[in-house]
Design a protein around this ligand. Structure first.
Ligand SMILES: [Zn+2]
Length: 641
């Protein structure tokens, strides 16, 4: 990321003096919160029902995802649940990780699917998908009732016994978490009260399961991936106000993992990334539920550490699903199997929580980096999702099949693409925070305030906020000025340029008695910059504003087996070796605009400028069927003579 250049009051305007800001001087106030607790308390997201996407790339992707969800049949999703409960089912079960022989069955069918349709119901008012969710909840209720112990899953409790006995088993609590989370989402987002009752039954069963099991044995069992069991139990405690679920959440804590983080030690090498990020989300929620700052310190340290020393430029981490190297050393780690998509989903979930405590723009900068580079673009036109995000040169995107894969990343993918509205705006008291530049309308009914954000960002390097207000009252609208912003960033209110601008990487606070019809325009010109691979100065990614630019290396193989995986496998078979990184023709000390030039601002097209051959570049999210490379080979720095 660019260095933050400190500057103030860069623009003057003769018209600005007449602009009636609330307060003494007609200037905006720049706030920079450097990671400390904000004195005014926690920021909150708005309910998803109060924000709707406007026309643009996010809306298009949301609709594609909704069509995919709509293609799935409830009786087929319910099949393994019914079989496990001893009920009849004549439906054809889905395959891959939902196959009746797969130990993760139910994670998508009764978990991610429920969360996704609940999100779609709240975020876009999709009544069809809400109905599908209600139907599924009714089917699950019947299964739980038939079993009679509170337990509910698409596999028998025998898998938990395997876990207890140390026999090989995949991850029964991981799946159990997804189902509980899906039910809780159906209650919280879609108003299904039966879903809460089922989730409570499951929570009680999980707690009682550990009664009579020694701490040593529980700790052994917790070495197997258990998703966000601690998180969902905290969430259940928060909803029901029942202490017992908080007690149950504590049963899913691992001191061996959390203690080093509390002491600010990075002992992540060797750990499975997506097993561990959800545990930190659980710690973050535990801080919110109990106020115990140790949990907060764990979450903040972990997040800052991963982003600073373990992330790739696209905003995600991991190789072969693990952290395999010491901090800051990603040299030699570019492969097909980088950056499992679920990990970005979970890191972003954590960023939202930590941002809520701190109002620190760096978490929303990180969120934007991941959203535009490794979430947008990971769904194809049929709504199919990626698992890995290859970062070695010459590879391409590969997706799950519609009915034969059902990976974890299919699951987090259908959730992500149903909830693009959830981070655009936040609130604190009567203040509004504009975090992301996405076309969306906030309808804050209690305050009589509508803010319509109109933008084609990032094709348009600006965004417009149109205020509709039924009552006049002073309030502050905080707008993120990204760390990548340049000296030319500017804001106008009702056409008048402001004299002040916040530092890049902070929020610009505009306090005023907003009137119906007021319009704010934020210009955020982008520039080229670059970011070396951590620990390897010879490999560099190029960026334009928040966008990682990928080299277009020609058409990807057309062989279906390379493009869509018709099984639960996550990597295509017989992959060719990666290509060498494309040569930038520049040395590692060169400025980005010395080796890349902008061809079209509107289309976001670039070419290399050096003598090593012309490469075409485009934002990574626009890469579809091409081979690509995110990183470039840089020449060794020439010695000064
Ligand atoms: Zn995954």
């Amino acid at each position: 990321m660019m260095n933050r250049s400190r500057r103030n009051f860069l623009k003057t305007s003769s018209g600005a003096a007449s602009f009636c800001l609330f307060g003494k001087s007609a200037v905006a106030q720049a706030l920079s919160h450097a990671g400390s607790e904000h004195p005014s308390g926690k920021l909150e997201p708005f309910p998803l029902t109060s924000i709707r996407l406007g026309p643009g790339i996010f809306k298009e992707q949301e609709e594609i995802n909704a069509r995919y969800l709509d293609s799935l049949a409830v009786d087929r999703l319910l099949h393994s649940f019914r079989m496990t409960a001893g009920l009849s089912s004549s439906a054809t079960p889905y395959k891959g990780w939902e196959d009746p022989a797969c130990e993760l069955r139910g994670h998508f069918a009764g978990g991610h699917f429920l969360s996704a349709v609940a999100l779609a119901s709240a975020a876009s008012g999709n009544a069809t998908l809400k109905g599908r969710g209600d139907e599924l909840v009714a089917g699950l209720a019947a299964c739980q009732k038939k079993i009679g112990t509170g337990y509910l899953s698409a596999y028998p409790t025998e898998l938990f016994e395997h876990l207890a006995q140390g026999k090989p088993v995949w991850a029964p609590f991981y799946t159990y978490h997804k189902i509980m989370a899906g039910l809780l989402d159906m209650y919280l987002l879609a108003g299904n009260t039966d879903a809460l009752q089922i989730a409570e039954g499951m929570g009680q069963w999980a707690q009682e399961y550990f009664v009579g099991i020694s701490i040593d044995q529980r700790m052994r069992m917790l070495r197997t991936e258990y998703g966000g069991m601690n998180e969902v139990l905290v969430n259940l405690a928060a909803v029901t106000k029942k202490e017992r679920y908080l007690d149950a959440a504590h049963l899913f804590e691992q001191p061996g993992f959390l203690d080093p983080l509390a002491e600010r030690r990075d002992e992540l090498q060797g750990l499975h990334a997506n097993t561990h990020v959800p545990k930190i989300i659980g710690a973050a929620r535990m801080y919110e539920a109990t106020g115990d700052r140790r949990y907060r310190e764990i979450a903040e340290y972990f997040l800052a550490e991963v982003l600073a020393v373990r992330n790739y430029a696209i905003g995600n981490t991991s190789l072969d699903e693990h952290w395999k190297t010491p901090p800051g050393q990603l040299k030699g780690t570019l492969a097909w199997t980088n950056a499992e998509c679920c990990v970005a989903y979970n890191l972003m979930k954590l960023e939202r929580l930590v941002f809520g405590w701190t109002a620190d723009a760096r978490w929303m900068d990180a969120y934007e980096r991941s959203l535009f580079n490794c979430r947008l673009g990971t769904q194809n036109s049929q709504g199919l999702k990626q698992y890995f995000f290859p970062l070695a040169a010459g590879y391409w995107r590969t997706y799950n099949s519609p009915e034969e894969s059902f990976w974890c990343c299919t699951g987090t993918g259908v959730e992500e693409f149903a909830k693009f509205t959830d981070t655009v705006f936040f609130r604190r008291g009567s203040d509004v925070y504009v975090n992301q530049f996405i076309a969306a309308t906030l309808d804050w009914k209690d305050e009589g305030l509508v803010i319509e954000q109109v933008t084609q960002f990032p094709r348009e390097q600006a965004t417009t906020l149109k205020i509709k207000s039924t009552r006049s009252m002073p309030r502050t609208i905080h707008i993120r000025i990204p760390a990548w912003a340049t000296q030319d960033a500017a804001v106008t209110v009702n056409g008048l340029a402001l004299e002040a601008m916040a530092d890049p990487g902070s929020y610009l606070a505009l306090r005023r008695t907003w009137q119906n019809g007021d319009t704010i325009v934020i210009s955020l010109p982008m520039q080229l910059h670059q970011e070396p691979l951590l620990g390897d100065g010879s490999a560099t990614a190029a960026l334009y504003g928040p966008l990682v630019l990928a080299a277009d290396l020609g058409a990807a193989p057309t062989d279906e087996a390379y493009r869509i995986i018709h099984s639960g496998d996550t990597v295509p078979k017989n992959l060719p070796a990666a290509s060498p990184l494309p040569n930038s023709g520049a040395d590692s000390g060169a400025k980005t605009d010395q080796w890349i030039q902008l061809e079209s601002k509107q289309d976001l097209r670039f070419t290399t400028a050096g003598e090593s051959g012309k490469y075409q570049l485009m934002p990574m999210y626009q890469i579809g069927d091409q081979r690509y490379s995110v990183y470039w080979q840089m020449q060794a720095l020439k010695k000064q003579t």
